[in-house]
Design a protein. Sequence first.
Length: 251
Amino acid sequence: MRFDNKIVVVTGAGSGIGEATARRFSADGATVLLVARSEEKLSKVAASLPSDRTEWISADLSTEEGARALAAKAQAMGGADVLVNNAGIAVGGTIEEVSVEDWNKQIQTNLTGYFLVTKFFWDQLKAKKGNVVMTSSVSGLGGDWEMFAYNASKGGITNMVRALALDGAKLGIRVNAVNPALTKSDMTKDMLDDAALMAKFRERQPLEAPADPSGVADAIAFLASPDARLITGVNLPVDGGVMASNGQPPQ
Ligand SMILES: NC(=O)c1ccc[n+]([C@@H]2O[C@H](COP(=O)([O-])OP(=O)(O)OC[C@H]3O[C@@H](n4cnc5c(N)ncnc54)[C@H](O)[C@@H]3O)[C@@H](O)[C@H]2O)c1
């Protein structure tokens, strides 16, 4: 119960990595505040967790209004000890295919959204000497084919985490990221059904492809815990070994 009496906010908690993360912190004793866009999914996840330690709110975190509403709710609960910025979308396509509107949506959700939420939680985190864990991606550490907009958003998070860690250190706030590779979630469900594609992923993701989201959640909980008290500004690949490769194909 290492998060007993701690308030942990998980964005994008309606499914996938966020849902697994909320479950993990809750199992470790935390009071969790879940947020995502879809009330339907979120209310189901919340209903399966202890009612006296679970709150939820639906909000669009790509907007200032949504991010402020979430921070206000957390403040009313006593202020966040841990903020998990995880909500995200993935826009695929080449530069010829991706519209200006889709580019803006990608950056607004994945990068500006993380900025807005972190900004409006900063005072709470200062008060609690808390920490932030962001779900970035291996797509923030290297390029993917036909995913440049997603790569740009996650690459932004990679360096935002480092710089915020420097600013946060003097305030007692740690800031880290996890960088998962292919993980089972609503975002990837179309890919998971493609057997040929999964075979290609298994060639490049040596330990577990596709990964179970609980493995990512466990790494997030570690970074948020006192065991990681000396760790800040880190982008931790939670990728089954993808980033261990120099990119040459297996023989
Ligand atoms: N699944 C993977 O293979 C994988 C790999 C690396 C990184 N990631 C990252 O993990 C994070 C979680 O994704 P997932 O795979 O669990 O997908 P998912 O689709 O299951 O979950 C995404 C969550 O984000 C929420 N969300 C999206 N836009 C939002 C907004 N504007 N406001 C509020 N909530 C919003 C959704 O409601 C949902 O709850 C994302 O940041 C994603 O980029 C996923």
